[in-house]
Write a protein that binds this ligand. Structure first.
Ligand code: PBG
Length: 330
């Protein structure tokens, strides 16, 4: 008997053998494309920090969504830049709000593609925080009023559902939001609309480019009093347990790449579908290095998306959704 008896390279000899023993399969079925919508007409404004992504007016957005539907992308998630921002984030739950208008237009032209909406206040508030800000009566310091925010979020979710949203995705990280939103949706007759909860959403530097794209950088302070601390893993299990108890149908980890351990933890501890958000910063660092000729964008992007899937994600929200759909066909 010659040495070694086991030769793992036997199963790596050619592409067909590799195909047979491949453990993870990335597919267009897994992908959701985030899109940014703003008021106006004929607008397709490049987002400098996220090459290939645009703030689009509703007409241009609708064309884009038709294209995504045609190439087989199962869903999009919408982010809105409203005409006006105010302290109460009123555009978020206005029937004439930017997201509500976008959904109405999309549903006329592209019936089947799922329209997910991000339910949060940060894109709509003048101060850029994800909730209602009030001054503490004793110290005068501004604080997020958790329970007042819940009311606004419930209104926002119902308003999105009224406009025709297919899945509601709360991303604010207030305590009790999933239960409050589930109750409000049920009360208004939207029992069948699933909730995809941004459950383990970390306070992260990787959201930098998105905040430029959505014009939602907080005016003062940061989000660390509501988003999770990046040092914590066990706490993610608590967040997810609560969201499931409160009625979440799909739970999310965000960001994805620096949190693959969290995705795996959830996979091993819960039997619910897991989504992962491959966020703006994870996308932009690859774009920037590729522009310099330092790495191969397609190869690295597919490797990243495969890693997120391998870690245990069933669904990936990614700015590469459209490109990946094409690459996977090649
Ligand atoms: C909040 C929200 C954010 C992202 C998605 N939803 C930003 C934040 O929490 O600051 C970030 C997505 C990305 O970076 O790609 N509404």
């Amino acid at each position: 008997m010659s040495f070694p008896k086991q030769r793992l390279r036997r199963l790596r000899q050619n592409e067909n053998i590799r195909r047979l023993v491949r453990e993870t399969h990335l597919s267009v079925d897994d992908l959701i494309m985030p899109l940014f919508v703003r008021p106006g007409k004929g607008i397709k404004q490049p987002i400098p920090s996220m090459p290939g992504n645009y703030q689009m007016s509703v007409d241009i957005l609708t064309e884009e969504v038709k294209e995504l539907e045609a190439i087989g992308i199962p869903g999009i998630i919408l982010f809105g830049i409203p005409e006006v921002k105010d302290e109460l984030g009123s555009d978020a739950y206005s029937d004439a709000g930017i997201i509500q208008k976008a959904i109405t237009a999309i549903k006329k032209e592209a019936r089947d593609i799922l329209v997910l909406t991000d339910v949060c206040m940060c894109e709509y508030t003048s101060h850029g925080h994800c909730g209602f800000l009030k001054a503490d009566e004793h110290t005068g310091h501004f604080e997020i009023d958790n329970d007042k925010t819940l009311e606004l979020l419930a209104k926002e979710a119902v308003s999105h559902a009224n406009a025709g949203a297919d899945i509601i995705a709360p991303s604010d990280m207030m305590d009790g939001r999933i239960g409050t939103i589930r109750e409000a949706l049920d009360r208004e007759g939207f029992r069948q609309i699933p909730i995809m909860a941004y459950s383990a959403k970390y306070a992260s530097g990787f959201y930098g480019p998105f905040r430029e794209a959505a014009e939602s950088t907080p005016e003062m302070g940061d989000r660390s009093s509501y988003q999770m601390d990046s040092h914590n893993a066990v706490e993610a299990l608590r967040e997810v347990s609560l969201d499931i108890e409160e009625g979440a149908d799909i739970v999310m980890v965000k960001p994805a790449l620096a949190y693959l351990d969290i995705i795996r933890n959830l996979k091993e501890n819960f039997n619910y579908p897991i989504a992962a958000y491959n966020v703006s910063g994870e996308f932009s660092i690859v774009k920037a290095a590729a522009e310099k000729g330092w790495i191969d964008e397609k190869r690295v992007a597919l490797e990243i998306l495969t890693a997120i899937k391998r870690a245990g994600a069933d669904i990936i929200l990614t700015y590469w959704a459209k490109d990946a759909a094409r690459w996977l066909k090649e």
